[in-house]
Design a protein around this ligand. Structure first.
Ligand code: SF4
Length: 336
């Protein structure tokens, strides 16, 4: 482990899929993730936001080694991620867990909650039977469930209780990183705030870093220390939540933020023109240019590099940097 280094670093991740147009159509190469680089410090939260299909969930799976990238690399705690399925990968994965959107789908309906929370401890041979049983009780309390609810089956719990059980299971091996993929979007609105508060509380208590993937900007703002906005497989803006979510610099981020209902806030909602992008038919230059309200002539030709502005945030936009400066900075997105 490198002292003082980031917990998680991803460099130039690319993930391609092959799609066929129609039954006999030609195969098309789709880049779901197209040169994404991330850095997450210990005990901190990086919020990853964007529309459905922008590549944020695929990025989460690449980071955990659930899928292999076609290019790029991931390092965790200073070590390059081993090949999926190897003993070294399983040992690292014990310290990186995933929380999925649908708690009912993530749990085994045939097993009581307690048996599912204890399972990772059994798999990794952590503690003796008495210590494991005590750990289950401790974890259930930590997530706001009663120890006697260990005997309940998933269908006997509410949606919020099920997501608490999923969190207890994810925390069983004391992971340093949780990748939370839309962890509240399947829950009732009345329960979402409870689960969000619980995530913040658990992070403070256990020091777990979170990669928080969501299309819900209010949720992202609540938990994140840093925010990255994705569009069509690339990060287009990254920085402190106060900057990115209050005064976005990228036109796409501005449109996303303008759609958040905010009583008393001035400003109008920006309605994007044109169809949502088709990853199989990526526009030339800046992929956002067909929908961008401030596109200039060069936007259809030159890919804007993701590069720092004077205020410290990273932005991939010719206009946000001033046309003259475009293309001269560090191009993290093009690294792949
Ligand atoms: Fe809009 Fe051009 Fe900026 Fe892309 S580079 S977001 S098209 S202004």
């Amino acid at each position: 482990m490198k002292a003082g280094g980031a917990l998680l670093e991803a460099e130039g991740l690319v993930r391609r899929y092959t799609m066929r147009r129609g039954m006999f159509g030609r195969a098309v190469d789709v880049r779901a993730v197209d040169g994404v680089s991330l850095r997450l410090e210990r005990g901190r939260t990086l919020g990853l936001v964007g529309e459905s299909g922008c590549g944020k969930s695929t990025t989460g799976r690449l980071v955990l080694g659930m899928e292999s990238p076609d290019a790029g690399s991931v390092s965790f705690d200073g070590r390059t991620m081993p090949a999926p399925g190897t003993a070294a990968w399983r040992a690292l994965r014990m310290r990186m867990q995933m929380v999925f959107q649908d708690p009912l789908g993530a749990l085994d309906r045939r097993l009581p909650i307690g048996a599912q929370v204890i399972e990772p401890l059994d798999i990794h041979g952590i503690g003796d039977p008495a210590a494991r049983a005590a750990r289950v009780q401790e974890l259930l309390r930590a997530v706001g469930l009663r120890p006697d609810q260990a005997a309940r089956y998933p269908h006997e719990l509410s949606g919020g209780q099920r997501q608490r059980a999923v969190l207890a299971r994810a925390l069983a091996t004391d992971p340093a990183l949780l990748v939370c993929d839309e962890p509240i979007s399947a829950l009732d609105v009345s329960i979402q705030a409870q689960v969000m508060n619980l995530l913040v509380e658990l992070q403070e208590r256990f020091g777990t870093a979170l990669l928080f993937i969501s299309h819900d900007l209010r949720a992202v703002r609540q938990v994140s220390h840093r925010v990255a906005v994705m569009y069509l497989g690339r990060i287009v803006e990254e920085g402190e939540p106060d900057a990115v979510l209050h005064d976005p610099a990228h036109p796409y981020a501005r449109a996303l933020v303008s759609a958040i209902p905010h009583p008393g806030r001035g400003g109008r909602r920006i309605v994007l023109q044109g169809d949502p992008p088709n990853p199989a038919d990526r526009p030339s230059g800046c992929a956002f240019h067909p929908r961008c309200p401030v596109a200039s002539a060069r936007c259809a030709q030159d890919v804007p590099p993701l590069k720092p502005r004077a205020d410290g945030r990273l932005v991939a936009c010719h206009v946000a940097h001033g046309d003259a400066a475009a293309g001269q900075g560090t191009d993290r997105q093009e690294a792949a």
